[in-house]
Design a binder for this molecule. Structure first.
Ligand code: NAD
Ligand code: GLY
Length: 367
């Protein structure tokens, strides 16, 4: 496996470097560091594994490293953890040339990104994602933020990184449940816009499940290419194109918020949410039964949940009505136009949705 580089063509454009051993490669970091101080935000799980390696690489560049280690978990993606990052930066008198480096999964990436977007009205950010999910999705595109008790990712900002460094070696320590959750977001790209990639995943799933380096590298590269293309045409999620990345997420975010942050992993909630979106698309005439079964089979092969928990119709609707995509009180969902193509849909009636979410008629909800 060698180094691959893609570019995200926003203003200014930035590179995504993908390959093994990148945490040790100072040449990829050096062009993006302006000041003397680099604050590395990581968590209590990832820091013992990788912080010293990254610190040594930065010290070779004669940078002063300020480590900020936060507790691990979705339940810590909160205002108080966000405040803690700012507290440490202020106490260290970190100036505007400081670079914040997110070393960890999507939780660390989103929190660090939001801290970088807001500290001194915005400082440089570098994303060093260490989960499959963060390597294929959350580290690219500049969405940052924290959760609110009333809704997932409801507070945040767009803040693009200077560079995304994807060291594929870090996936060797990722627990299996987290790895499988990341596959849900890989499959998403096939479902929303890339049917050849979906077919490739179906064919090479055994190798992906065993983390074979070549297949894994191809999956990360193709996912990042899809994400970069989408972000380049709709960086601020205004035209509806970027919203397609949210296939299954309106249902998924309702599961995460409804069950309590951290009970369901984000990728697991997205998998179950995607099945609900597929079932609704079927009821509205966009997907065949065969298409829905094909998606269920693929998620089942990944040991991902294909049934959502029964939150109760009223709670489902109340959680989904809080989604960021909604406008003027109307529920907007990402559904399928056909297999391999998603579309943003404003529901004119809630009848089909209610049937999908009802324990009596929804074939995917556990009664
Ligand atoms: P996570 O950040 O909680 O990481 C999962 C677990 O893996 C954690 O316990 C973490 O400590 C551990 N871990 C991370 N790297 C490891 C490694 N290399 N070895 C061993 N353990 C490791 O979860 P995630 O799935 O990476 O990210 C989910 C978050 O990302 C959610 O909050 C979701 O909302 C967000 N997200 C954001 C975007 C975006 O565009 N910003 C997109 C998708 C998801
Ligand atoms: N993960 C959704 C987005 O980046 O838009």
């Amino acid at each position: 496996m060698s180094l691959n580089t893609l570019h995200v063509n926003v203003t200014p454009a930035y590179p995504i470097h993908i390959g093994p051993g990148l945490l040790r490669d100072e040449s990829l970091l050096a062009p993006h560091l302006t000041g003397q101080v680099c604050a590395i935000v990581s968590n209590t799980t990832v820091a013992p594994l990788y912080l010293d390696t990254l610190r040594s690489t930065l010290e070779k560049l004669e940078k002063r490293v300020l480590p900020i280690v936060i507790p691990d978990g979705e339940s810590f993606k909160t205002r108080s953890t966000f405040d803690h990052i700012h507290d440490v930066l202020l106490e260290a008198r970190a100036d505007r040339k400081t670079t914040l480096i997110a070393l960890g999964g999507g939780v660390v990436g989103d929190l660090t990104g939001y801290a970088a977007a807001t500290y001194l009205r915005g400082i440089s950010l570098i994303q060093v994602p260490t989960t499959l999910l963060s390597q294929v999705d959350s580290s690219v595109g500049g969405k940052t933020g924290i959760n609110h008790p009333l809704g997932k990712n409801m507070i945040g900002a767009f803040h693009q990184p200077q560079v995304v460094l994807i060291d594929t070696d870090t996936l060797s320590t990722l627990p299996s449940r987290e790895y499988l959750a990341g596959l849900a977001e890989v499959i998403k790209y096939g479902l929303i816009r890339d049917i050849p990639f979906l077919e490739w995943i179906e064919t090479h799933l055994e190798e992906l499940l065993q983390r074979h380096p070549d297949e894994l590298s191809h999956a990360i590269l193709t996912s990042c290419r899809n994400k970069a293309e989408i972000v380049a045409v709709d960086p601020l999620e205004k035209s509806g194109v970027r919203a397609l990345l949210n296939l299954g997420h309106t249902f998924g975010h309702a599961i995460e918020t409804g069950m309590g942050y951290g009970v369901w992993l984000h990728g697991e909630a997205v998998a179950a949410g995607t099945i609900l979106a597929a079932e609704l698309s079927h009821r509205l005439g966009y997907l065949s039964n065969h298409d829905v079964d094909r998606i269920v089979t693929l998620f089942q092969r990944c040991s991902l949940p294909t049934r959502a928990p029964d939150l109760g119709l009223e709670r489902w609707l109340s959680l989904m009505m809080g989604d960021k995509k909604n406008e003027s009180g109307k529920l907007r969902l990402v559904l399928f136009e056909h297999m391999g193509q998603a579309k943003l849909t404003e529901l004119s009636s809630q009848a089909s949705l209610s049937r999908v979410l009802s324990p009596q008629t929804g074939r995917f909800i556990d009664a």
